[in-house]
Design a protein around this ligand. Structure first.
Ligand code: SIN
Ligand code: CO
Length: 385
């Protein structure tokens, strides 16, 4: 497996760095050079369904920030204050070349991926001193940016008041201060203060990861549970003696609490129930409202495209994952369980793993299945240029 960790093995990275320590890898992704230029990002930010933000610092007081969200018209991107940043989310949903760079991070599974955000900033531009709750690989894509790393933060860390962004008044002790060139990667674990200032016109790609929090898991578990008939039946009244008519006794509350624990425990202690409750969340696309539609294709068309070196791969805006269940694989796509004939489980697995398939990977028996998945928008067909 090709990866971007340089001299560090995947095991060492996962054991010593992942979620724990930052890591700078020089020239780890040279292929990013020339992929996008600032003008491409400005153009993309104007597209209707693209999520973008403009962060602007007041020219008279750089500590005062203003944020403007998409949709943008071209005038929004003109006459900006000298210190600004344009952030475009989910660039991997719009550019296949960017989406395919995820393959270099295959040591972290797809369900943990969030999106690739690309930032454009002119010299001096930044998004301010801050920390994130998520893991991010910051890849320098154009120009150079100076990165500083400082203190570990948590929910008690003070923020600058009255700003539209969660900004830190200072970085604490700076233990890392380096200029990243095109192709360099800086891995930043959650909660670490970081601050990147453009040395010149620059693009930084953030390969960001996501992880559900307990509230999200609980919400899905409860949603699932309340859909079960057993949860609709009134609980048992264990009454043994009479109370004052106006009183809800401690005993009564305690009975309700214990019965609720018991009911939830039934859902949570059964792994199958838990899977069904949580898989819709873990397989949810980042941008469920803007999923590209599939298209109909005739068998002969698909055949001739593959013969002419077309390739097939997962639609990058969707999420396709699978669970191992005994000897079978259970596939989930954009929040829903989907049926895959067992003869096609292998090819579906390759697609979910992010492989780019060509003619030699596709058997005659796979055609109907692939036609269906192209129609559903689960896979895309890349015609050779
Ligand atoms: C940036 O690209 O300037 C900011 C990315 C980040 O701090 O997470
Ligand atoms: Co950040």
């Amino acid at each position: 497996m090709t990866h971007i960790l340089g001299d560090i093995s995947i095991d060492t990275f996962l054991n010593e760095y992942w979620q724990k320590k930052p890591l700078l890898i020089k020239n780890a992704m040279p292929q990013i050079a020339g992929l996008l230029e600032p003008a491409d990002i400005k153009e993309l930010a104007l597209e209707e369904d693209v999520q973008a933000r403009l962060l602007m610092q007041n020219p008279k007081n750089a500590e005062q920030w203003r944020v403007k969200k998409s949709p943008f018209v071209s005038n929004d991107l003109k006459n900006l204050p000298p210190l600004h940043t344009l952030l475009v989310q989910a660039v991997d949903h719009w550019s296949l070349d960017v989406a395919n760079l995820w393959q270099l991070f295959d040591f972290i599974p797809q369900w943990r991926r969030d999106d690739v955000m690309v930032s454009y900033a002119p010299q001096g531009g930044s998004v301010g001193r801050h920390f994130d709750q998520y893991d991010v690989f910051l890849v320098q894509g154009f120009g150079r940016r100076r990165w500083q790393l400082g203190q570990w933060c948590d929910s008690d860390t003070p923020l600058i008041p009255n700003q539209p962004l969660r900004l830190l008044p200072d970085m604490g002790e700076i233990f890392f201060d380096e200029i990243l060139d095109v192709g360099d990667i800086l891995y930043v674990p959650p909660k670490l203060a970081h601050y990147g200032v453009a040395e010149e016109d620059c693009l930084t790609y953030s390969f960001g990861f996501r992880m559900p929090n307990a509230a999200q898991l609980l919400e899905r578990t409860v949603d699932y549970a309340i859909g079960q008939p057993a949860f609709q039946i009134p609980l048992v009244d264990h009454r043994k003696k009479a109370n004052s008519a106006g009183l809800i006794s401690r005993d009564e509350l305690e009975q309700l609490r214990l019965q609720l624990i018991e009911s939830l425990q039934e859902t949570l202690s059964d792994p199958e129930c838990f899977n069904d409750a949580i898989m819709p969340l873990l397989s949810e696309s980042r941008d469920a409202e803007n999923l590209p539609e599939g298209f109909g294709i005739a068998r002969s068309e698909l055949k001739s495209a593959l013969n002419s070196e077309a390739t097939i791969q997962r639609e990058p805006a969707g999420r396709l994952v699978y669970l191992q269940k005994n000897d079978e694989l259970e596939f989930w796509w954009n929040g829903e369980i989907i049926e895959v004939p067992s003869a096609q489980a292998k090819i579906a697995q390759k697609i979910a793993d992010g492989l780019v398939l060509s003619n030699s990977d596709v058997g005659t028996d796979d055609f109907d299945f692939l036609i269906d998945w192209i129609e559903e928008g689960r896979v895309i067909l890349n015609e050779a240029e």
